[in-house]
Ligand binder design. Structure first.
Ligand SMILES: C[C@H](N)C(=O)N[C@@H](Cc1c[nH]cn1)C(=O)O
Ligand code: ZN
Ligand code: ZN
Length: 478
C-alpha cells in the first residue's frame, strides 16, 4: 500500500494546519440544547456542507422540521447528507457524525474559554467538541482533502450523514434515515461511526455495542408562585421536598436502581462474555487518576466494566426551577423539574422502561399524601445496540488499527448512547463499525474537554487506512 504511506506522510506534514482547522470549528458554539445558540448550530452545519462541496462532494441539506425548546419554536438544525465519489466499481462507505456539542460555560470550571481551542504543551487540544464529535467529523473531511492534495485516488465512494441534534436526542433523524434508506443511502456497503472513546489512553479499540438512553423529567408543582419560607414553611406542601423525596427513591448509593422490574429484561452474562473482559486494557488505577479521586463503587475492573457496558444505570442530572445561585435566598420554589435518565441494555424495551418508571413514581407520590401535582414525562429515548465483531467491516477496522498503531485493537462496548446506530443498521441494512478517535480521559460532556493531538492526527490516518482496507476487503465473506 504505497499510496497509504504517501497519505500518512502528508497527514504528518499537515499536522499544524489540521490543528488550526479544529480551532475554526470549535470556535462555532453549536450547542443544540441552548435555544439562543440555534443559529450557531445551523452555521456549523452550513460550514460543513460548504467545505465538502468545495472538495467536490454532492450534498443535500435536509430540514428535519421544528422543535419546541423551552416554549420557543425553533428550526431544527439541518441534516447534511453527502456523496463523495460515485464509481460503481468501488465499495460505498457511509459515515455518520454530529456537529452539535454539549453546553459549556467558563463558570462550570473550564480553565479557558470552551470555544477557543487551546493547544497545551502536553499535546492536549482543549475545547468543547474537540473529541465529541467535531474532531472526528472534521477528520473525515481532512482525510478526503489530503487524498486529493496528494493526488491519491480515493479508495471508496463515501456517503455521509452529519446531524446537529445528537446531544439533544437526534430529533427528526430517525425519520430521515428511514426515508432515505432506499434513496440517498442506497448502495451503502458498510457504515462507520466515530463518536466514542478508547477504553484507555494508549490502545485503540473497535466498539460493537452501545447502551440506550431513556431521559425523564419529573415535574412537581404546587402554589401559583414562589413563597416566603418564613411565612409558608411547614404550612404548605413544598414541591421541592416532594421532588427530593421522589428522586431519592430511584437509585441507591451503590448504583442499584430501585424501580421494581427494571432488571427483569437484562440479559444474563454468558461464559463467552466473561472471557471478553480478560484481555482489554483497563485499570482502576488509571481510572481513579482520571477521576482525580477514588469514588469507584466496585472493587474490581470487571464489575466496573459490566456496569458501564451491560447493566442498566440511573443518573440524576439536575433540577430546573430550584434556587441554585450563591447567597441564602429563603424561597419555596413553586414548580420544580427534576431530570434523570436511565442507560438501557440488551434486552430492555424503552416502552416497558417508561411504564415501570412512571408507575413507580406514581405509587411513591401517592404514598406522600401531597396536595401538589406530579407528572413524569419521557423527553427522549434511544435504543441500545449490540453487534457481532466478526464482520469483515470489523476485520478491516482491526487491520487499519494495526497499520497505524502497530497493535491489535481492544474490542469494547460503550456506556454512552448513539441511538441512530441501530436505525442505520436496521434500515440501511449494512454492518456498522464504531471506530473511535478519542481516548478514555478526553472528558466529553465535562469541563476542559480535549482530544490529544496524537489521537487526532493518528485518527485521521486511521480513517484513511480503514477506507483503504475496506476497498481491499471481500465484504461478501460476511
Ligand atoms: C457517545 C456519544 N458521543 C454521546 O455522547 N452520546 C450522548 C447521546 C445523548 C443522549 N441524550 C443526550 N445525549 C450520550 O451518550 O449522552
Ligand atoms: Zn457524540
Ligand atoms: Zn456527546
Amino acid at each position: 500500500m504505497g499510496s497509504l504511506d504517501t497519505y500518512f506522510a502528508l497527514v504528518e506534514q499537515n499536522k499544524q494546519e489540521f490543528v488550526e482547522r479544529l480551532r475554526e470549528v470549535v470556535a462555532i458554539p453549536s450547542v443544540s440544547g441552548d435555544a439562543s445558540k440555534r443559529g450557531e448550530v445551523i452555521r456549523m452545519g452550513e460550514w460543513l456542507q460548504a467545505k465538502w462541496e468545495e472538495l467536490g462532494a454532492t450534498c443535500k441539506r435536509v430540514e428535519p422540521g421544528k422543535q419546541n425548546l423551552d416554549g420557543e419554536i425553533l428550526d431544527l438544525p439541518p441534516v447534511i447528507l453527502g456523496q463523495y465519489g460515485n464509481d460503481p466499481s468501488k465499495k460505498t462507505v457511509l459515515v455518520y457524525g454530529h456537529y452539535d456539542v454539549q453546553p459549556a460555560l467558563v463558570s462550570d470550571g473550564w480553565e479557558s474559554d470552551p470555544f477557543t481551542l487551546v493547544e497545551k504543551e502536553d499535546g492536549r487540544l482543549v475545547g468543547r467538541g474537540s473529541t465529541d464529535d467535531k474532531g472526528p467529523v472534521l477528520g473525515w473531511l481532512l482525510c478526503a482533502e489530503t487524498h486529493k492534495q496528494a493526488g491519491i485516488e480515493f479508495p471508496v465512494n463515501l456517503k455521509f450523514c452529519f446531524e446537529g441534534m445528537e446531544e439533544s436526542g437526534s430529533e427528526g433523524l430517525d425519520d430521515i434515515i428511514i426515508a432515505e434508506a432506499d434513496g440517498w443511502f442506497k448502495g451503502t456497503d458498510v457504515v462507520c461511526i466515530s463518536d466514542n472513546y478508547w477504553l484507555g489512553k494508549s490502545r485503540p479499540c473497535l466498539t460493537h455495542g452501545l447502551r440506550g438512553v431513556s431521559y425523564f423529567h419529573l415535574i412537581v408543582e404546587g402554589p401559583g408562585a414562589d413563597l416566603h419560607s418564613g411565612v409558608f414553611g411547614g404550612t404548605v406542601h413544598e414541591p421541592m421536598v416532594d421532588l427530593v423525596h421522589l428522586l431519592s427513591r430511584l437509585v441507591d448509593n451503590k448504583g442499584r436502581i430501585q424501580v421494581p422490574g427494571i432488571y427483569d429484561q437484562v440479559m444474563a452474562v454468558t461464559d463467552a462474555e466473561e472471557e471478553t473482559y480478560e484481555s482489554v486494557e483497563f485499570s482502576h488505577e488509571a481510572l481513579v487518576a482520571d477521576l482525580k479521586n477514588d469514588v469507584l463503587i466496585h472493587d474490581n475492573e470487571r464489575d466496573t466494566l459490566k456496569h458501564r457496558w451491560r447493566y442498566p444505570t440511573l443518573s440524576i442530572h439536575g433540577v430546573e426551577g430550584a434556587f441554585h445561585a450563591s447567597g441564602d435566598k429563603t424561597v419555596i420554589p413553586a414548580k420544580v423539574r427534576g431530570k434523570f435518565s436511565l442507560r438501557t441494555v440488551p434486552n430492555m424495551e424503552p416502552r416497558k422502561v417508561a411504564e415501570l418508571v412512571t408507575k413507580f413514581l406514581d405509587d411513591e407520590f401517592a404514598k406522600l399524601g401531597s396536595k401538589n401535582r406530579m407528572q413524569v414525562v419521557e423527553t427522549h429515548g434511544g435504543r441500545w445496540w449490540y453487534s457481532s465483531p466478526d464482520h469483515p467491516n470489523f476485520v478491516a477496522g482491526a487491520r487499519a488499527v494495526e497499520r497505524v498503531f502497530g497493535v491489535k485493537p481492544d474490542l469494547t462496548r460503550e456506556g454512552g448512547s448513539i441511538p441512530v446506530t441501530l436505525t442505520f443498521e436496521e434500515n440501511v441494512k449494512a454492518n456498522v463499525l464504531l471506530l473511535p478517535m478519542g481516548a478514555a480521559d478526553d472528558g466529553a460532556h465535562s469541563i476542559n474537554e480535549k482530544v490529544d493531538k496524537r489521537n487526532y492526527i493518528e485518527g485521521i490516518k486511521l480513517f484513511g487506512a480503514y477506507l483503504h482496507e475496506i476497498a481491499a476487503t471481500d465484504l461478501a465473506a460476511a
